[in-house]
Design a protein around this ligand. Structure first.
Ligand code: MN
Ligand code: MN
Length: 456
């Protein structure tokens, strides 16, 4: 038998992400991340913020034509998803390096005919977007973001509730004093979908007409909209507060929509700073992931592969060969182990806040249903790349077997014949109005993105 000290070397000990990074660098990166996050609550806001960042870094709208190594281009897909590339030195047949994340987050969307009044209050009806615990979205200030496309062809931007002086919207909950029947219900039924109604006014128009008419008159004065225009609008209620630092040690961040801006932003920053890479590097910021990646702005849309195909066509490269030799990091958050709800997890195969990026061979539900299950070879390659880049990383499943599960855009990438593995930031309270991450993990995601784009 070998010596005990030697044997102990065989054990795997996780590395804390803050132990392998410079404190000042973590702080500087997270400050920039927070300002992006606070200004990117919806996919439309995120596209605007990302384009501004990209333009500043020298990216230009993509036009077909031969591109030189180092060229930086982007394509906006219908204001709600974004595709960016930095052309590398090697022929495209040697493969793309792609990072795919999503910029939509769970929220409350307004219904097409939202405005009504009841009991002397004005309300908007909502239809929730993404997987939420509905009771979490009551009794908190909500801002309204989106666009209204008017009959005359104009598009009006709406953003109310982000400034301290702005009014906000609000979903009520039943007071505990008289909630005997409510609290006896199952968690999924405590607050129903049709009770997620946004209070938006309380003063009647005059003695004859009510609150609904007054709200409509105010909205018309401010935005030029009539009730009919709601039908052609896209309006979303999102938590109104900005991100905050959490803990006496200031080591964590709480904020809305970190799933998945906490992966989108680091990948974007790394791409913007990559210089002239060996391989052509690509970042996809997709919409609609939270509702299954469907739709023309979701990763199931041809828009994403077409971007790669257009780059291949420009370079006269064999597209299938290029796809076959590509590697993609599906950059999406992992569900971190929550000690207060330990029963839902298998502690030995969970990811932990502060232990670095989480590399998931597979996600899915039940018997790995609905996931892409990366190969051992690809896992080894990514593990090596992270080790060489001095990036703290860990593995982690989404809770214990048969407890539920999750899917990511990895399956959509795999359909293109492109190797893909999930790499992301561990998150607590995922899909709640305020999600929790560790700053050092956010920075680790940036370092992981850099290592990936620089991989030879
Ligand atoms: Mn996600
Ligand atoms: Mn999600």
């Amino acid at each position: 038998m070998m010596e005990k000290e030697q044997a102990k070397q065989l054990l795997h000990t996780p590395t804390k992400s803050h132990n392998v990074a410079d404190e000042a660098e973590i702080e500087a990166f997270c400050a920039a991340y927070r300002s992006f996050l606070d200004g990117a609550k919806t996919e439309r806001d995120a596209v605007k913020a990302a384009v501004a960042l990209a333009e500043q870094a020298g990216f230009r709208p993509y036009r077909p034509g031969q591109l030189e190594p180092g060229a930086k281009v982007y394509r906006v897909n219908r204001e709600k998803s974004l595709l960016l590339a930095v052309v590398g030195q090697k022929p495209l047949e040697e493969g793309f390096r792609i990072m795919a994340s999503h910029i939509d987050s769970p929220r409350l969307d307004l219904k097409p005919m939202p405005l009504y009044e009841s009991g002397g209050l004005g309300y908007f009806k909502t239809h929730y977007y993404g997987g939420i615990k509905k009771y979490q979205w009551t009794a908190l200030p909500l801002a309204l973001h989106g666009v209204v496309c008017l009959r005359d062809g104009r598009t009006v931007d709406v953003c109310v509730g982000e400034d301290g002086d702005d009014p906000v919207l609000y979903v009520t909950d039943l007071m505990p004093h008289i909630a005997k029947d409510q609290v006896a219900k199952k968690g999924s039924e405590v607050v129903g979908g049709e009770t997620l109604n946004l209070v938006c006014g309380s003063l009647p128009f005059d003695e004859e007409d009510g609150v609904k008419l007054r709200v409509l008159a105010i909205l018309h004065e401010k935005y030029g909209i009539s009730e009919r225009d709601f039908a052609t609008a896209e309006l979303c209620a999102v938590p109104a507060q900005k991100s905050r630092v959490v803990g006496f040690d200031g080591s964590m961040l709480a904020g809305y929509g970190q799933d998945d801006k906490v992966c989108a932003y680091p990948s974007l920053r790394a791409l913007a700073e990559v210089g002239t890479p060996a391989h052509t590097c690509v970042v996809f910021l997709a919409d609609k992931e939270e509702i299954g990646s469907e739709g023309v702005t979701g990763l199931r849309s041809a828009a994403f592969a077409d971007f790669l195909r257009d780059l291949c066509a420009d370079a006269g490269a064999n597209e299938r060969e290029a796809f076959r030799n590509s590697l993609c990091l599906s950059a999406d958050v992992g569900g971190a182990f929550d000690p207060s709800f330990a029963d839902a997890y298998e502690a030995g195969n969970s990811c932990y806040l502060g232990d670095g990026v989480v590399v998931s061979k597979y996600t899915g539900s039940r018997g790995k249903g609905g996931c892409s299950d990366a190969s051992a070879e690809v896992m080894a390659r990514v593990g090596r790349m992270l080790d060489d880049g001095n990036v703290a990383w860990q593995t982690g499943e989404y809770g214990k077997v048969d407890q539920g599960g999750a899917g990511t855009v990895a399956v959509e990438i795999a359909k293109l014949g492109i190797d893909v593995v999930d790499v992301g930031v561990p998150v607590l309270s995922m899909h709640s109005p305020v999600e929790l991450t560790a700053k050092a993990d956010v920075f680790a995601m940036y370092r992981a993105s850099q290592a990936f784009f620089r991989e030879a």
